[in-house]
Every structure is written in C-alpha cells, then in structure tokens.
Design a protein around this ligand. Structure first.
Ligand SMILES: [Zn+2]
Length: 313
C-alpha cells in the first residue's frame, strides 16, 4: 500500500540524526530561519526597508532605521505571536515535511514536548504555509475531476448541516481538482457544488486557454469553449482512450482519502480545505530535497497570519 513517490531515490533525504547535527541549539535554528526567510539579505517586515541593524532586544533582535520598529524572523509570518522556540518549529516542520500523510497533533505534542493544543495550532500554521497557489498556470494536458469527502453528522440539526456542507451530495463536501501532466502539479480545493459553472470556473482559473483538458463524461464538463476538451466515458466502461484519461487526478483523490481515513480520523469540515491544500502542496513538492521542502514551508509562512480565534471560530 505504501507507494514510493517518483524521484524519492534520487532525492537527498535528511535523517533525524542529520537534523540533530544540523540544529544543535536554538541559535542554529534562528540562523536557518533567517537564511531561509531572507536569502538575499534582511529587510524590515513592516516597511520593506533593508536599512536595518542588530539591536539589544531579547525577543526582537533587529531594528528598522526607517520605520524605527523592532522585529525578529517571526514578525510578519505565521510564527508571529508564537512563543514556541524556533528549534521546536524546525523539528515540527521537518516532521510534517517528511511524513507522507502528515502528522497528528497528538504525535507532535509527544515528539517535541509542547501541549497538544500548541501542537495543533503549529500544524495548522504549517499547513497554511503549504497551501497551493490558486493562480496556477497549468499548460496541460490537464486532467480535471471532482470528488466528495466527509460524511453526514448524524446528531447535527439539518439547518446546521446545510450551513456547513452547502449543497453537497448527502452532507458530503465537494472537492474539485486538476492535475497538470506537464509539471505533475495538482491544485484542489473545496467547492460550493459540482454544477457546470463552479467546475468550469475552477478549471479556467488554473489552466491556460487552449490547453488540452481531459475529464470524465459528467455533464458539468460539457461544452468547454476555452480548452481542447476530451472526455472518457466511465459509464460505458471506458477508462483510458489513448492519452484521454483522468487516472492522475483520481490517484491523487485516493491518496487524499486514504490519509483522511488513516491519520486524521476527525478532520472537521471547517478545516478540510486546509488539509486538502496541504496534500496538494505535499504532492507538488515531493521530488524536492528535504531541506528544500522545509525552506519552501518557511517561505510560505512569510506574509501570512493565522490567529487562534480564526481557527476555533
Ligand atoms: Zn521598517
């Protein structure tokens, strides 16, 4: 059942032992976060000025000469406001990056000695960083498909269910996805429904005009004016017709659903989209070296905020 992702053998991995040698203390973690966040030199996260200097300030060791404010590598990123040592953030990012299905807050809580609540919040912020871009520019051929996730909450009032799930199939959440064969990249997200407008807008946002797009024969994919569209007739038992198939995006769905059943028994519908983005992000980065994956996560943390009240609301 465990598949080796393509490129795994050529990719340079980092073992836990390597990680402990690379990051012996908090200072080494800070230096790494700074180098990852500011590869071309430190700048002020508030005004963008590069005119900054070191300052004697315990939590914010730099100061901007232009806006006169103090800052640290956490300022203006998903780590802002977190008191968790940077060394623990390094280990959390490593564990999340190297786990094929993602790790649970219970495991992170045990592995890095933080409370489960803190671990839960850290993982949400790491996942937020790993979110895939909505402005993908897939050149195709691209495979597009939709699926349903989640289940009916039996004890939930009908009105609440409708509010949470929208107009999905029997209380399930609709998810649209597209996979670009040229780059092997996937983009997927929770959508309001599986009607023609929703699904076709989803594809148009991600695939360039004139590209080849392959789908199944669902009526939502009929008449796509912007693409060279072909469909396989699943209903007639046809799954592959030459290049025309949706096997790539379908195998992404099965990976997503296996992980959904396995690691996260209770992904709440509210957070489902963030998990889906995380899986697409993992898929899109799986050929990179471990350290490059970790650096991509750090880069994705810059310029974003996710506050605790936003998560529990
Ligand atoms: Zn400034």
């Amino acid at each position: 059942m465990a598949h080796s992702p393509p490129g795994k053998h050529e990719r340079s991995g980092v073992s836990l032992m390597d990680l402990m040698r690379l990051f012996p203390d908090e200072e080494s973690a800070r230096a790494w976060f700074e180098a990852s966040k500011w590869p071309t030199g430190r700048y002020c996260p508030r005004c963008g000025s590069t005119n900054t200097h070191e300052a004697k300030h315990a939590k914010s060791p730099y100061r901007c000469r232009d806006c006169k404010k103090y800052f640290s590598v956490r300022t203006g990123s998903l780590m802002e406001g977190s008191n968790v040592p940077l060394l623990k953030w390094v280990f959390a990012i490593y564990l999340e990056a190297t786990s094929l299905k993602g790790i649970s807050s219970m495991k992170l809580h045990r592995d890095i000695d933080v409370t489960q609540k803190t671990a839960w919040f850290m993982l949400h912020r790491i996942r937020e960083a790993w979110a895939t871009s909505k402005n993908a520019n897939f050149t195709g051929p691209a495979e597009a498909d939709e699926t349903y996730m989640g289940g009916l909450r039996k004890n939930m009032p009908k009105s609440k269910r409708k509010e949470l799930f929208g107009q999905g199939r029997a209380g399930k959440v609709a998810v649209a996805g597209v996979k670009d064969r040229a780059t092997n990249q996937v983009s997927a997200e929770v959508v309001e429904g599986t009607d023609r407008l929703t699904l076709q807008f989803f594809i148009e946002d991600r695939v360039i005009n004139g590209a080849k797009v392959y789908t199944d024969e669902a009526s939502a994919y009929k008449d796509m004016p912007y693409f060279e569209h072909e469909a396989v007739k699943h209903g007639a038992g046809e799954y592959v017709r030459g290049d025309v198939h949706t096997n790539g995006i379908e195998s992404f769905w099965s990976m997503l659903k296996r992980a959904h059943k396995g690691t996260f028994h209770k992904i709440s519908e509210k957070h489902l989209n963030r998990y889906i983005q995380q899986f697409a992000g993992k898929h899109n980065m799986r050929a990179l070296d471990t350290i490059r994956q970790m650096q991509s996560i750090v880069a994705g943390m810059v310029g974003r905020r996710l506050r605790y009240p936003d998560l529990i609301r």
